[in-house]
Write a protein that binds this ligand. Sequence first.
Ligand code: NAD
Length: 490
Amino acid sequence: MTITTRALIDAGEVVPMLIGGEWVNSFSSVLREVTNPATDRVIASIAYGNSSEATAAADSAKAAFLNWSNSSTRYRADILFRAYELIMERASDIGGLLALETGKLLQEAIGETRFSAEYFRWFAEEIRRPQGEVFASEDRSRRQLSISRPIGVAATLTPWNFPISIQARKVAPALAAGCTVVARPSEKAPLAVAELFRALIDAGIPDGVVNLIYGPASAQSNALIDHDAVEVISFTGSTPVGSALMRQASNRIVRCALELGGDAPFIIFSDADIDKAIEGLAIAKFRNNGQSCIAANRVFVASSRMDEVCERLGSLTEAMVVGDPLGGTKVDLGPLIDQSRVRDVEAIVRDALDSGAHFLGGAPEIPDGPNYTRPGFIVNASHDSALAKEEVFGPVSGVFSFDDEDEVIARANDTTMGLAGYAYTSDQGRIWRLSERLEVGILGINHPLPSVVYSPMGGVKRSGLGREGAHEGLHEFLETKYVSIGVDGL
Ligand code: NAD
């Protein structure tokens, strides 16, 4: 019988790391508690390593690299496909664990788990497509082509907000490409993600090809970046941390794929279908309790529709049910991940309210628990307030009015970030203009959920480097090798 993370927790046992094919405790037996953000109760203890575990995991990944990188694409694809099937079979259990450790709604957690599985299926298929090019040689005595080779050991460093799907979006293409992996998820949500690695082990992946470590972020990331076998850092998280990792990676010229912070504009034009726009905004703002890198961060509304939209947004938030997603009653919004997130969101809100802005509509009832905050939309914040300028990363947005298309494009682009953006309009010409002129890597027009496994996800400006998912995501883990062959007798 397969032992699951849930079974370990229920038995009061420590959730281990995975190094070299073995589930292990930390070398110095250090533990760390994981809590449920809806109640702040301890739900599990994880083995909490340090730089030695990171080095040991990278050593294992290095030892496994030769065989894995030279295995057939069919062999790798079969293992990835089996992992897809196992994650799908286990999605309810894994999703339950994910909801427990993050406070996300259960259906969102199960959805994220299934979405994660899809990455394994998609990359299992994609690696069997042609890779490389044959060039039209200008010289009859030479044949010239490019082939793709796996880059080396990949370090996958991820945040707590979508702990499973962000790891899956890195690990699936890395393995398909022939790389071996050391994964370091956030210590705030380390449980459900372990089940991705268990599925890979159960699917027959050889020892050392995937490794999973827990421990202090900076010490472990530095140990990985400095390890001689690690050739790519695939990081998702905040821009300051991404920048620090990139500086560290410059010492050894290690490739960086960085998915960083967002500041998405959500633009409602005068010709928009307002019902659809409100429905879309509710999803783009409140999905994952507002803690999504592609969340709507600044809402711009055509001045002619401002009163109508504000009234609708006030009613929407006033009617929201906020509470523990696993507490037995249906809720629309759960807690934030922890107190520090609540403090950051509330500081932005206070700054706006102090300067004369106000929430639209009345406040919904907020539970007493420590990690809940008032969701909603705020109007009349000044253009230089934190609400207008910073990533809130919580269930609150500023709403601003605009008069014309050029103005709103300039205001939407007036940020150092450029991850996602949204617009609602029925004007086909405008859709093309927005597609070309909004400075974002991901654009949702008339719908709020642009992310699919075959879409290239990533940002421009300070929102990151490189793309994840799609064919481009595979190339983050491949090197192009150019081969020029002298040919006699032609
Ligand atoms: P964070 O940068 O603090 O943490 C991300 C990961 O980095 C975690 O595993 C954390 O333990 C680790 N980390 C923290 N400090 C570190 C350090 N000094 N050195 C090495 N690693 C370190 O970010 P967060 O608060 O967990 O997540 C929120 C941010 O992530 C937001 O800005 C959000 O927009 C961004 N994000 C981006 C994407 C994307 O796809 N672009 C997705 C999710 C989140």
